[in-house]
Ligand binder design. Structure first.
Ligand SMILES: *Cc1c(COP(=O)(O)O)cnc(C)c1O
Length: 380
């Protein structure tokens, strides 16, 4: 059976170039980067190089790149670390209702610890209202955390305008850029952001490695204490292979960014047009223009997300459900609720995310399969 992967926003395969690049670091160059002997020095040098490769990708300085265990840790660290470091200044944090759980549940934890959190609403496309942001800023606001690209519906926020407001008011601005890095150009010298979360397995690196970009001058408390790694701000022996894989994958992504965006946008629009023309009672979610180049998100009337997912899986197609079963009944995702998709549609939603190995014939197979499964046994 044909097997086709349309879930690149969940995770990506590791590229062969990446595997090749790291292979000696398992059992040839295996020293601890903190060791003084040559084994250690070699590993340390490799990490120094990796840090500068990643820094260059977003036009940061190498000393602004901190290695973490992934997007979730980076988000936790950004929110908890800034909240702690700036607690003398205030206890108010602003975020949105459509963040990834790594931000949303961290914000909820901070609420329990005594911080006040404002969750900004979004419009039907998933964009926050800049005036709402301005109005919600108070004298005790210490942090704004707003995601760059939404992982479900693919909407790209106006990070520049948001950041400019934060700069004006002297408020720290963090953005979860896990879906953005490798899918949109990011230049931290031009973009007014103070912290960015990045995750390697979303751009063909290994799972369990990420970055928190922390602009020089921004205060942050550590999340993990121990040895002196990452300037004592993030202790623990470095995940050497993970870091090197991430650097290689980042370099490939940054070197090919324009072609990547162009190719995927074309496939996305081709698939979108076919689905809208050939399938009835379907809603396209997210912003038509300000959108992740490889994200499509649809709601099918009176369908069941889980049934759709399983029916497609039986044809060898991997997509992601836009709603999930919780305690036996289907519930629309928090993002679809926030953009106001009515349950009639929301409960039958899927996310289709493409990547560097997606072909036009994969997209044709997807559309033909969707047409088949929409005609039978997926109705609620
Ligand atoms: C995948 C993802 C995360 C979590 O990253 P992990 O490395 O899997 O912990 C956070 N935010 C967004 C937007 C994501 O897509």
């Amino acid at each position: 059976m044909k097997k086709v992967y349309f879930d690149y926003s969940a995770t990506t395969p590791v590229k062969n170039e990446v595997l090749e690049y790291i292979k000696d670091y398992f059992n040839v160059i295996y020293g601890n980067p903190s060791s003084t002997h040559s084994f250690g020095v070699q590993a340390k040098n490799a990490i120094v190089n990796a840090r500068s490769i990643i820094a260059k990708c977003i036009n940061a300085s190498a000393n602004e790149i901190y290695f973490t265990s992934g997007g979730t840790e980076s988000d936790n660290w950004a929110l908890k670390g800034v909240a702690e470091a700036y607690k003398d200044k205030g206890n108010h944090i602003i975020t949105t209702s459509i963040e990834h759980p790594a931000v949303l549940n961290t914000a909820k934890k901070l609420e329990k610890m005594g911080y006040n959190v404002t969750y900004l609403d979004v419009d039907e496309y998933g964009l926050i209202n800049i005036e709402d942001l301005k109005k919600s800023i108070k004298d005790n606001t210490i942090l704004v955390s707003i995601m760059f690209i939404n992982n479900e519906i693919g909407t790209i926020q106006d990070i520049e305008s948001i950041g400019n407001i934060c700069r004006e008011k002297n408020i720290v601005f963090h953005s979860d850029a896990v879906q953005a890095f490798s899918n949109i150009a990011i230049d931290v010298k031009k973009l007014p952001v103070d912290l960015l979360s990045i995750s390697s397995h979303k751009f063909y690196g290994l799972k369990g490695t990420g970055v928190l970009f922390i602009k020089n001058g921004i205060k942050i408390a550590s999340l993990i204490d121990g040895g002196s790694q990452e300037k004592t701000k993030r202790a623990g022996t470095e995940n050497v292979v993970g870091i090197l894989a991430m650097a290689k994958a980042a370099q490939l992504a940054c070197d090919n960014l324009e072609q990547h965006i162009e190719k995927l946008t074309e496939l996305r629009e081709y698939t979108l047009n076919r689905i809208m023309n050939e399938i009835d009672e379907v809603k396209y979610n997210g912003h038509p223009q300000f959108r992740h180049p490889a994200n499509l998100h649809f709601s099918f009337k009176a369908m069941n997300s889980t049934a759709l997912l399983i029916a497609l899986d039986s044809l060898g197609i991997a997509v992601s459900a836009g709603s999930a079963c919780s305690s036996g009944s289907l519930k629309a995702s928090h993002v679809l609720k926030s953009i106001g998709v009515e349950d009639e549609y929301a409960l039958g939603s899927i996310r289709i995310s493409m990547g560097d190995y997606t072909t036009k014939s994969d997209c044709d197979y997807l559309v033909e399969s969707l047409k088949k499964v929409c005609q039978k046994n997926t109705k609620r």
